[in-house]
Write a protein that binds this ligand. Structure first.
Ligand SMILES: CC(=O)N[C@H]1[C@@H](OP(=O)(O)OP(=O)(O)OC[C@H]2O[C@@H](n3ccc(=O)[nH]c3=O)[C@H](O)[C@@H]2O)O[C@H](CO)[C@@H](O)[C@@H]1O
Ligand SMILES: O=P([O-])([O-])O[C@@H]1[C@@H](O)[C@H](O)[C@@H](O)[C@H](O)[C@@H]1O
Length: 376
C-alpha cells in the first residue's frame, strides 16, 4: 500500500533525539519491511508545550491550511495514498491533517501510539483533547504501544478498532550481543543512564537516581550519563562528580556502542510512557533497573531481564542496583534474558507483521463503512 505518514508530536527529521523520534522512524522502517511505500505527507508539528484556546485555535488553522495544500498536491499529481497513518497523537499533539485528508479523499485513517488522559478534558488542554478524540473517533484502526494506553483508549474505542502492538526496534542497528557483564579490571561496575535533560519528568528521574546512588555510595560503581538539555545545570550538581561522567548529547547512531560498554542500564522512568532506552539497553545485552511505570513492565520482564521498583522510590531503586552490582551471575542471566526478550517480543519483523495486519484491517473496516453508507 501507499502510506501517507505524519508525526504531529515531532517530525522524524527533528534534530533533538527522543523516544518518539526513534519510534516514528522505526514505524516507517517496519512499514517498508512489510512491503509498503511510505511517503512523509507532512512534517507539520502541532505539539505545543503550553495549551490554551488561542494557541490551539491558531495551530488548528495552520494545520488545516497545510492540509489543503497537501490535498491540492495530491489532486494535481493525480495520485492519492491508500491509507493515512499518524504517529503519536494526544492532547498536546492533536492531528487535524490526517482526518481532513482521509475524509476528503475517502481513505482509511490509522493512528499508532495514542494516549488519552481524561483529566485533560477540561482546562488548558480541552481543545487539544477534543481534537485528539475526534481523530480517534474517525480512525479505522488505532495501535496502542502499551497496555496502559490501551486501557485508557478502550473507553472510547471498540475492540475491533484497537490493537496492542509492543514497541520494537531494529536489532541490526543495535547489534545484539551477549558479551557484556564482564566488569572493569578493578571490579568497578559501569552503570549507564540516558535521558535528555528536560525540566519536569526527566529531571525528576535524575533526582531519584541521584538519591538512590547516595544510598549505595559504598559499592564499587561508576556512572555514565548520556543526554543534554536545558536542565543540565540543575542536574549535574546532584551527582558525585568523582564517579560520574557527563558525556552530553550522543548521536543516536553511537548509542549501541555506549550501551555495550556498560554493565547495567538504570533509569527511574518517572512518568515514562515506556522508555525507549529500556528496549535499546536490553537489545545490547544490558540488564535494566528502572521504575514500574505505565508501559515499562510491558517491555522489561520483571525479575528476568531487569528489576523494577515503584515510581519515585529511591530506596527500592538502590536495593535493585545493589543486588545486581553485587551479583555477577544475576547480571549475566539477566543480560542473556534481556537479549532474548527483545529477539522474541520486540523485533522489527514483529513490528512489520503487526503493522501490516493493522493496515489491512483498516482498509477492510473502511470499505465496510463505505458500503454501509451506500458508497462503493
Ligand atoms: C517522558 C516520556 O513519556 N517519554 C516518552 C517519549 O520519549 P523520550 O524521548 O522522553 O525518552 P526515551 O527514553 O523513550 O528515548 C530517548 C531516545 O533518545 C536517545 N538518546 C538519548 C540520549 C542521547 O544522548 N542520545 C540519544 O540518541 C535514546 O537512544 C532514545 O532513542 O516517547 C517515547 C515513545 O513514546 C517513550 O518511550 C517515552 O517514555
Ligand atoms: O507531553 P508530556 O506531558 O511531557 O508527556 C507526554 C505524555 O503526556 C503522553 O501521554 C505520552 O504519550 C508522551 O510521550 C509524553 O510523554
Amino acid at each position: 500500500m501507499k502510506v501517507a505518514f505524519t508525526a504531529p508530536m515531532k517530525p522524524l527529521d527533528h534534530p533533538v533525539p527522543s523516544g518518539d523520534r526513534t519510534m516514528g522512524r522505526l514505524i516507517v522502517r517496519a512499514l517498508e519491511l512489510a512491503g509498503h511505500k511510505v511517503e512523509v505527507a507532512s512534517t507539520f508539528r502541532s505539539w505545543r508545550a503550553e495549551g490554551g484556546e488561542d494557541v490551539t485555535r491558531e495551530v488548528k488553522k495552520l494545520a488545516l491550511t497545510h492540509a489543503q495544500e497537501i490535498s491540492e498536491q495530491w489532486i494535481e499529481r493525480g495520485d492519492v495514498p491508500d491509507v493515512f497513518l499518524t504517529y503519536h497523537l494526544y492532547h498536546k499533539a492533536p492531528d487535524w491533517i490526517g482526518p481532513y485528508l482521509c475524509a476528503k479523499f475517502n481513505i482509511p485513517y490509522v493512528v499508532v501510539e495514542a494516549s488519552r488522559a481524561p483529566k485533560r478534558q477540561s482546562g488548558n488542554w480541552a481543545l487539544g483533547f477534543n481534537a485528539a478524540d475526534a481523530a480517534l473517533a474517525q480512525a479505522d484502526q488505532v495501535v496502542a504501544l502499551t497496555n496502559s494506553d490501551a486501557q485508557c483508549l478502550s473507553q472510547v474505542l471498540s475492540k475491533d478498532v484497537l490493537t496492542v502492538l509492543p514497541p520494537f526496534l531494529e536489532e541490526a542497528r543495535f547489534e545484539i550481543s551477549q558479551s557484556v557483564t564482564k566488569g572493569s579490571a578493578d571490579g568497578t561496575i559501569r552503570l549507564l543512564c540516558a535521558g535528555m535533560m528536560r525540566a519536569g519528568d526527566k529531571q525528576f528521574s535524575y533526582m531519584v537516581l541521584a538519591a538512590a546512588l547516595k544510598q549505595i555510595a559504598d559499592l564499587p560503581w561508576r556512572l555514565t550519563i548520556a543526554g543534554d538539555g536545558p536542565a543540565r545545570a540543575e542536574i549535574e550538581p546532584l551527582f558525585d562528580r568523582k564517579r560520574t561522567e557527563f558525556i552530553g548529547l550522543i548521536p543516536w547512531q553511537e548509542m549501541p556502542r555506549l550501551y555495550r560498554s556498560h554493565e547495567i542500564f538504570v533509569w527511574p522512568a518517572i512518568r515514562e510512557a515506556f522508555g525507549f532506552v529500556f528496549l535499546e539497553a536490553q537489545s545490547c545485552g544490558l540488564p535494566v533497573v528502572g521504575g514500574r511505570v505505565f508501559g515499562v513492565p510491558d517491555i522489561v520482564e520483571e525479575g528476568t531481564s531487569g528489576l523494577l521498583s515503584d515510581e519515585g522510590d529511591a530506596s527500592a531503586l538502590a536495593q535493585n542496583l545493589m543486588s545486581l552490582i553485587k551479583n555477577p551471575h544475576k547480571r549475566e542471566n539477566m543480560a542473556a534474558a534481556a537479549v532474548e526478550n527483545i529477539r522474541k517480543n520486540h523485533s522489527l519483523e514483529a513490528g512489520a507483521r503487526g503493522l501490516d495486519k493493522v493496515l489491512h484491517a483498516a482498509l477492510e473496516r473502511h470499505q465496510f463503512k463505505r458500503k454501509a453508507h451506500g458508497g462503493r
